[in-house]
Write a protein that binds this ligand. Structure first.
Ligand code: ADP
Length: 255
């Protein structure tokens, strides 16, 4: 690029100014790669239930046309598949909305005491189905953090729901809040099989599951912890994971 030296006040070399620009494209390449992996994963996750729906529709229109019993069964399965796809699309939308506002820190003052009570109550039916008891321990006084109420509800719903689903049947899930003066810590502890150490650093990645079949059978999309991580980053909060195989897992959110 040739420019007049006076324009930029730079060093001159024989009356010309040379500008050299360097750009490290490895980061750009990495992001491109992650983006295309993500699209491939999302498409695959949607393709599986779609293929199954197509199969059922063909059967219902053909061999099972007059078979009422088969129809009832197939419609039940189709309903499950559609629900699964809706959950996946909802999670994908959540992630993309969060990405758009990742640089804006939320500013409301949110009291975590009633918020955790609300989350516990909303998960009570699931916990009862799984024969899990959710125990909640909170201080008497309010614990305020700066944040977005709905997003924080999503974080704790995800963590406590996972603790119930992947924890051990018949065991407790302990939720504990401590803190004051803008500092707060929430721990969610389960007594399940734990997560082998090699998987722990990766479980907040999109679509990463320790066991894909187990996740699917527990109505998982593989996006829950990725959403949690995005929300917490926006809240300048940290997620710490401590797990011992055979003993259980502790997820800590530190504000
Ligand atoms: P999913 O929708 O599959 O539950 P998440 O992103 O919420 O996806 O979790 C990712 C994976 O991390 C899960 O599939 C599961 O293998 C593992 N995981 C999450 N929470 C726990 C837990 N409390 N105990 C054991 N494994 C867990």
């Amino acid at each position: 690029v040739r420019v007049a030296p006076a324009d930029i006040g730079g060093e001159t070399l024989g009356g010309r100014v040379f500008l050299l620009t360097y750009r490290d494209i490895s980061q750009t390449r990495r992001i491109d790669r992650m983006r295309s992996d993500f699209v491939a994963n999302a498409s695959h996750e949607l393709r599986t239930p779609l293929a199954s729906l197509r199969g059922f529709i063909e059967t219902l229109a053909g061999p099972a046309r007059n078979d009422l019993k088969a129809q009832e069964k197939f419609f039940g399965i189709m309903h499950e598949q559609v629900t699964r796809m809706s959950r996946l699309v909802d999670d994908l939308l959540s992630l993309s909305r969060l990405e758009l506002k990742s640089h804006i820190a939320p500013e409301d003052a949110v009291d975590l005491v009633p918020l955790l009570g609300h989350v516990r109550d909303s998960l009570q039916p699931l916990a009862s189905d799984l024969d899990v008891t959710i125990s909640l321990e909170v201080p008497e006084e309010p614990v305020f953090v700066q944040g977005d109420r709905d997003e924080l509800i999503e974080v704790f719903e995800n963590l406590i729901e996972n603790a119930c689903k992947y924890g051990q049947e018949g065991k407790k899930v302990d939720v504990r809040l401590t803190g004051s003066g803008g500092q707060a810590e929430v721990t969610v502890t389960d007594h399940g099989p734990g997560i082998p150490a090699e998987h722990v650093p990766r479980i907040t990645e999109r679509f990463y599951r320790v066991n894909v079949e187990a996740s699917r059978s527990k109505k998982g999309t593989g996006l829950g912890l990725a959403i949690v991580k995005h929300i917490l980053t926006r809240h300048r909060a940290r997620l710490l994971i401590h797990s011992e195989v055979g003993k259980g897992t502790v997820f800590t959110v530190r504000f």
